[in-house]
Ligand binder design. Sequence first.
Ligand SMILES: [Zn+2]
Length: 320
Amino acid sequence: MFDISRRKLVLSASATAALGLSGPMELLRPAAANGEGDKGYLAYKIGDIDCISVYDGIWQRDHDEDFIRNASVDETKAALSKAGISPDFVPIEFAQTVVKSGGKTLLIDAGTGGQLAPTAGSTLENLVAAGIDPASIDTVAISHFHPDHIFGLMAKDTNEQIFPDAEIKLPEKEYNFWTDPGLIEKLPDNRKGLAKRIQATFPNWENVTLTGEDTEIAPGVKSVAAYGHTPGHTAYHVSSGNDQLLVVGDIANVPALFLANPTWQAVFDQDPEAATRTRIELLERAITDNAVIAGSHFGFPNAGRVTKDGSGYVFEPITG
Ligand SMILES: [Zn+2]
């Protein structure tokens, strides 16, 4: 199905140690997936704070009528075409944000861990390429517990921690939802495995801290309640001088679809009405505050500016 040439990269000894491995390890990454060029990392500044957009990969999702509750496949294809994107599939890209502030390195969300799509899983390699030894990451803050945001914390098959020495900051509301012992039987079948994996890992990890709303995560970085996509979905606000960055996780998926049409409801939104309200509220806040905004599925780089366009919004990526 995929025709991907692969490049190899050998991790440094310290990065290997960070992964809990005894010897050098080769990671495979899809090169030029989807013919979109060599995406890796892009550094930018928010005031005095160094930020980096780190690419994980892409899921070329087949169209189906269930993907958007209130839009048809034809409307979806038309929106992609209008944005100059191939309508052959939905290009769901994954990217993370690194924030270096006050001598601390913070990673916001952990990516797919190479456990979701064969064309995704490049976060560790791209961290190394950006000059960040994974072992040097002090804190990993998570927006919500969907696989493309937390599987990068846990090794495939063994669940061994990928960042054993980092403090893992999890939104308390999200944690309480997913670790409720009665949850699994209430969930649809396609979410039971995720809940079981969460319950088998996070409660047993000693480096986990639960965080509330409006809590300082790192110097200049605070949590922002952004509920709807999931019960505890959390954004992060970075501030330095007059500059601001809103790391908004999954308040919106592919911009060509859900910024252009902010009332469209992706199947991933657990509470579609609340997710829509949160989406519009944070997009408006970014415009009002002239903040840079970074979405997990905004492509690469995943940070940029949002402007109003009729009843929708347009995302314009930064250039570094
Ligand atoms: Zn996501």
